[in-house]
Design a protein around this ligand. Structure first.
Ligand SMILES: C[S@@+](CC[C@H](N)C(=O)[O-])C[C@H]1O[C@@H](n2cnc3c(N)ncnc32)[C@H](O)[C@@H]1O
Length: 272
């Protein structure tokens, strides 16, 4: 299958923490370990079963795409796409097709899927509204969209709620770095409304969050994110390198903070 460029679409590559960066594979693996169980539940609610066709968009390490391929079996089909599919390529097989595909600049697959899933992709795209329209357009009538993303603002550390919560300057700088780049830090919380506004049926939403603590996979994930954004944040003067080093150390020694909320929103494209 080939996917041509969308006529007149901008060639984008503005993803701020690219898969080519050092530590990116480990960061994405931790992300999957933390959030895959809840994502699988959301995709089950969308009716994944033998013979279904699925599109996993911005697939990262492909842990969800691989699981989808097991669920749909040999009579089903999974397309896993990413701007940089370096971690996906080893997973390609008879049921699982892997493609390099920029969801902003390249044409949307037209065959019609039973399920389209994406996690932590729209957060990173300034073209989030356009991309959401395209994901819906890729569904068969009656097909389900499962879209998951962070709300990073509703759960920032608050010592009046819990004196042990640790507000770190570098984490605030990371939020500012994303916001200045035009990203929507609240998109997760808005997803259910965005699906309703587009006329999807049976829309439901659910949020998941954890208390992130020193020395756990959560602090490792957060550390790797900060490391990857280090250059951009320090160049923009949002945090001093010494402060960043100090915060990275604190994350291993004494750190407690609520995670962002990962919201899952699901909805069905009306049959007619
Ligand atoms: C935060 S990672 C999430 C990966 C995976 N969905 C997960 O939750 O484990 C974002 C992924 O989206 C991909 N991505 C970023 N911009 C993209 C674009 N314009 N088109 C397709 N994929 C994109 C990145 O390469 C990366 O693999």
């Amino acid at each position: 299958m080939t996917i041509a460029a969308e006529p007149g679409a901008p060639a984008t590559n503005r993803y701020l923490i690219p898969n080519a960066a050092e530590g990116a594979g480990e960061r994405l693996r931790l992300l999957a370990e933390i959030f895959d169980p809840g994502s699988k539940d959301a995709i089950r609610r969308a009716g994944i079963c033998e013979g279904r066709s699925c599109w996993e968009v911005g697939a990262g390490t492909g842990s969800i795409a691989r699981w989808m391929a097991e669920e749909v079996g040999p009579r089903g089909r999974v397309l896993a796409t990413d701007l940089d599919p370096r971690f996906l390529q080893p997973l390609a097989g008879p049921t699982l097709e892997v493609l390099r595909h920029d969801v902003v600049a390249d044409a949307t697959p037209t065959e019609g899927f039973d399920i389209v899933h994406t996690r932590l992709l729209l957060f990173h795209l300034t073209e989030r509204e356009l991309v959401l329209d395209r994901l819906i357009a890729a569904l068969k009538p009656g097909g389900w969209l499962v879209v998951e993303d962070f709300d990073c603002l509703s759960t920032i550390p608050d010592a009046t709620a819990n004196p042990f919560e640790t507000p770190l300057q570098s984490v605030a700088a990371l939020r500012e770095f994303f916001a200045r780049s035009g990203l929507d830090l609240r998109i997760g919380r808005r997803l259910t409304g965005m699906l309703r506004a587009r006329g999807l049926a049976d829309v439901r939403g659910e949020g998941r969050m954890f208390m992130w603590q020193d020395g756990t996979i959560f602090s490792r994930f957060q550390r790797l994110t900060l490391e990857q954004a280090r250059e951009g944040m320090t160049r923009a003067g949002l945090v001093r390198p010494q402060q960043l080093d100090c915060d990275l150390e604190a994350m291993e020694l004494a750190f407690l903070a609520p995670s962002p909320v990962l919201w899952s929103a699901i909805g069905r494209r009306p049959a007619s």
